[in-house]
Write a new protein. Structure first.
Length: 140
């Protein structure tokens, strides 16, 4: 049974600082990143596995931001194409007032898409930009 965390402040979106491409992103509205590993069963005689084996890891993510910021990134990109930006790090800092801080560093990120979408009735246009990366370093 979990012990409830009472009289303490937990992380919220307002406690996250995202830095990438040399500056804090004030227009990011969501970040998503993960590491998945291919783990498969190994079979011998019979129908049940006799063990398992590890395959490659896959690192991927996305960042959602206001269209205005994405357009600025695109304009500053080599040849105006964000897919030409060299690999960069993204730091995601989780800190709350009077509490602990942790930091994830997403290493060698590369944008893999240059999306655009808009719908009738939207009042703030956002884009979700996919990326791949090479590792996550976690610091306490």
């Amino acid at each position: 049974m979990a012990i409830p965390y009472i009289n303490g402040r937990l992380y919220s979106w307002g406690d996250i600082i995202i830095n990438f491409l040399g500056a804090p992103s004030t227009m990011a509205t969501k970040i998503d990143y993960s590491c998945n590993q291919n783990i498969v069963n190994v079979y011998g005689i019979g129908v049940d596995p006799i063990g398992y084996s590890y395959g490659n890891r896959e690192y991927k993510g996305s960042i959602e931001m206001e269209l205005n910021q994405w357009q600025q990134i695109c304009q500053a990109s080599p040849n105006g194409d964000p897919l030409n930006i060299l690999p960069f790090n993204i730091s995601v800092i989780f800190a709350n007032v009077g509490g602990s801080a942790t930091k994830d560093i997403i290493r060698s990120a590369i944008f893999t898409g240059n999306p655009m979408n808009a719908s009738q009735g939207e009042t703030g246009l956002k884009v979700t930009i996919p990326f791949i990366f090479g590792a996550i370093d976690r610091f306490q």
